[in-house]
Design a binder for this molecule. Structure first.
Ligand code: ATP
Ligand code: MG
Length: 445
């Protein structure tokens, strides 16, 4: 993409309505535009990152054997009356009616709708296990939408639902989700710590929230600092292997790590004092086993091997896809702007032409643009007639992890400069070597 032809409405001024750094930077970098309270338009740069996050989620769900579907945002109230949640859900549910006076709602979540799909098509235990998921917009009429996309009213969520014959099978599905989520967040450059969460009205011990530590997080968290040393890495996982998935869960959840909702002071005090940590965290996902709550109320049963009709065991598993942009920026920025992790960056490299109009510099930039694109990478070429300082400031603000600077002086020696946004370190290289370096870097992401 050439910046002269792109739509990147960066702001010079810091927007006064934004209280936290990720919200400020998303507005300043021209990624989002508020449409009304807690509702945003996604501008090109923001949309690119959102789609990168979606892609990572899809890829990791596919590895776990989970199957994508897409359900509508508008749902019929009748389904929710069956489960009893139409009355229970409260003011966060946006209720509306169509021209025939039928009660509808904008889905805040989809347990009812997916259970309806399941019961319409699945009758036998032989069709289990099954996990379906979607990435779809949700609406929750939050009392206090704030912090930009972090707590929106309309927001994008990955929501997945497992259907299993037994509790044991459903707990394997739970573990599978935990494993898939660990890798998902790591690919986005995040450490998201699974923490024991509150089962809410449904109860039960089987729920974990994934938290990214950040000062601006809305949850207070208490943990054994040893959990921050765990990393999933690129280990091979067989998602059908029950023991293997269970042992990953054990490894990542056996140490004390809880939010204020489930915090237990006495248990926490058993952690050696020097490892007892408290901080704030952003909830970027949650996994949940809830048994037969919906399958019983909505009649989602299968015939088992003894020819008996039994309700299926279910769980639901969410990732805050749009919230993740805020969480990533909170975890990765400096005073100049965003620093995107390679896995989600909107463009792989920024090309800055120090002297637009200089024949040699223009030609070198064009050649680099072609060679980088030919590697399957997407460059953003700042081809505007602007001062170098302004070009650098824009690149720093929008946070591309790598920048190639091209100027007449370097070109006389046959070199360009490759700079890391994260460390600020630069290397002088021939244009060919610079492109090769990028290929090497991105091969790992
Ligand atoms: P919270 O406690 O933050 O209100 P929740 O526990 O109600 O969230 P879930 O139902 O678990 O949310 O939804 C799954 C994920 O969706 C959450 O982990 C979070 O990352 C994201 N999410 C929930 N509410 C919002 C919101 N209002 N705006 C953006 N993302 C959200
Ligand atoms: Mg939650």
């Amino acid at each position: 993409m050439r910046l002269s032809r792109y739509f990147l409405p960066v702001l010079k001024e810091t927007p006064s309505e934004a209280q936290i750094v990720s919200h400020r930077l998303m507005l300043r970098a021209g990624m989002i535009k508020q449409a009304s309270a807690g509702i945003y338009s996604w501008l090109p740069l923001g949309l690119k990152v959102l789609q990168n996050i979606e892609r990572i989620v899809h890829e990791e769900q596919a590895k776990a054997g989970h199957i994508p579907v897409l359900m509508p945002t508008l749902q019929s109230a009748d389904l929710w009356r069956e489960s009893g949640r139409y009355d229970d859900y409260g003011d966060e549910m946006l209720r509306l009616s169509d021209r025939h006076g039928r009660d509808m709602l904008y889905g805040p979540t989809n347990e009812e709708q997916i259970t309806d799909i399941f019961r319409s098509h699945i009758n036998s235990y032989k069709d289990l296990p099954l996990t379906l998921y979607q990435i779809q917009w949700k609406f929750r009429d939050e009392v206090r939408p704030r912090f930009g996309v972090m707590r929106g009213r309309e927001f994008l969520m990955k929501d997945g639902y497992n259907f299993d014959l037994t509790k044991e099978d459903a707990l394997h599905a739970y573990n599978r989700h935990l494993v898939a989520y660990l890798r998902t967040y790591e690919r986005m450059g995040l450490q998201a710590i699974p923490m024991r969460a509150d089962g809410g009205p449904v109860g039960g011990d089987y729920t974990h929230e994934f938290l990214v530590l950040a000062e601006t997080g809305e949850s207070e968290v208490f943990y054994d600092s040893a959990v921050t040393e765990l990393s999933f890495g690129d280990r091979e996982i067989d998602f059908d292997n029950v023991e293997q998935c269970a042992s990953v869960l054990e490894e990542f959840t056996s140490r004390y790590a809880r939010t204020d909702e489930t915090h237990d002071e006495a248990l926490f005090n058993e952690v050696p004092e020097e490892r007892r940590a408290t901080a704030r965290g952003i909830e970027v996902g949650q996994i949940f086993y809830f048994g037969t709550k919906y399958s019983e109320s909505m009649g989602a049963t299968v015939v088992n091997a003894d020819q008996k009709h039994v309700p299926v065991h279910m769980g639901s598993h969410g990732i805050g896809v749009s919230r993740l942009l805020g969480a990533i920026i909170e975890a990765s920025h400096d005073d100049k702007g965003i620093i995107w992790p390679e896995g989600v960056t909107p463009f792989h490299v920024g090309i800055v032409n120090l002297k637009q109009g200089d024949e040699a510099a223009d030609a070198a930039c064009e050649a680099l643009y072609k060679s980088v694109s030919a590697l399957g990478l997407e460059p953003l070429y700042d081809d505007r007639k602007e001062r170098a300082g302004g070009k650098f400031a824009t690149m720093d603000l929008i946070g591309l992890p790598w920048r190639i600077t091209v100027g007449p002086r370097g070109l006389k020696n046959g070199v360009v400069e490759l700079t890391s946004r994260r460390t600020g370190e630069s290397e002088e290289l021939t244009p060919e070597l610079a492109a090769a370096r990028l290929a090497e870097i991105y091969a790992q992401h």
